[in-house]
Design a binder for this molecule. Structure first.
Ligand code: NAP
Length: 314
């Protein structure tokens, strides 16, 4: 069993701690705010001083801080009080960023594993079975015991039933920008619409309401971190912008076409008029291959019998 110190004992840190404690590991915690009471309820030893926690020589330091505060937290942790071979892990929702921070700030003797449990207190409240857990063993010393310690740490998630996905931090960020960031973005946009429960909710609408509920519960700082510290997020935001415009144009283009045809129908109802020098007449007939006139719009199935013909003969 491992002695694990959770740094950042907020929403997600506490959520993870419950399962880690249940599996029989010793859990210590340190955070900016005072969580001593909630820690006691979970069975975690809480430290309000980072020096005191590090002097307990945890084998694993698990960073559960917000993305934005991680660098500062890492810089201020008294690393010199830890054992030289300590394993550092994180659960940040972006991966290239903590990976490079760890490599930059941690002494070369420390082992590094970057992870992202792809679930949260809401989606994982009924257990972690089949929920994806992404990890990259960034740096693990050659010593066999170090490898075993990494595996013992990963076993927490393996034993809880997670689907273990080993992938590089770079690949994670690429995939996550196209999936997780878009999900959060849509949730935040829909939240701004103040969607209401109605007596005639469709299944689709229910899932939109659930999306808003799931994403709005996460802190805005987390969402902002997903955007700021994933270099692929900006590209996805641009794609969403373009997609929104495209669909809008598609709709207004269709509408424009419909209105134009309606106008042409009205003007040609009783007499033969002219548009751009071309005479127009309305004929209530199906097109025949022998019809000499040129059919300019027959793309509306429901108007098959009501075609507008433009007679090319002036
Ligand atoms: P969060 O808002 O991203 O992070 C809250 C944590 O960051 C708290 O422990 C908070 O400490 C600490 N923190 C914030 N600002 C700080 C500062 N200036 N100095 C020191 N500590 C600071 O919310 P979260 O949901 O708990 O997420 C924690 C981490 O888990 C994030 O990196 C997130 O990406 C990752 N994660 C979250 C989920 C999820 O579903 N929520 C899922 C997977 C991964 P205090 O509470 O003591 O202020």
């Amino acid at each position: 069993k491992l002695k694990i110190a959770i740094i950042g004992f907020g929403n997600f840190g506490q959520f993870l701690a419950k399962t880690i404690v249940k599996q029989g590991h010793t859990v210590l915690a340190y955070s900016r705010s005072d969580y001593s009471e909630v820690a006691q309820e979970i069975g975690v030893r809480y430290f309000s001083d980072a020096d005191d926690l590090c002097e307990e020589h945890p084998e694993v330091i698990l960073l559960c801080t917000s993305i934005l505060s991680t660098e500062n937290m890492l810089k201020t942790l008294p690393l010199h009080r830890l054992r030289r071979s300590t394993l550092f892990a994180d659960v940040l929702s972006v991966k290239e960023f903590p990976r490079s921070l760890f490599l930059q700030y941690l002494p070369p003797d420390f082992d590094i594993v970057c992870t992202h449990p792809m679930f949260g207190p809401d989606s994982g409240k009924n257990g972690w079975t089949n929920l994806p857990f992404v990890f990259e063993k960034v740096r693990v010393g050659l010593d066999l015991t170090r490898d075993k310690r990494v595996e013992a740490f990963l076993d927490i998630f393996r034993n809880a039933g997670c689907r273990m996905v080993e992938m590089t931090c770079a690949s994670h960020d690429k995939h996550a920008a196209g999936s997780q960031f878009i999900t959060h973005m849509m949730g935040r946009v829909l939240e701004k619409l103040d969607l209401e429960d109605t007596p005639i909710n469709t299944k689709g609408y229910e899932s939109l309401l659930n999306l808003v509920d799931n994403t709005a519960r996460d802190s805005f700082e987390l969402f902002y971190g997903l955007f700021l510290y994933n270099k692929n997020a900006m590209e996805q935001l641009d794609r969403m912008d373009r997609a929104f415009e495209m669909v809008k144009k598609q709709l207004s283009g269709y509408l424009h076409d419909l209105v134009r045809k309606q106008l042409m129908l009205e003007t040609s109802q009783d007499h033969v008029g002219s548009i751009n020098g071309k005479s127009i007449e309305k004929k209530l007939m199906l097109p025949s291959p022998n019809t000499p006139s040129k059919i300019v719009s027959n793309d509306f199935n429901e108007k098959k019998h009501d075609l507008v013909m433009i007679n090319d003969s002036r």
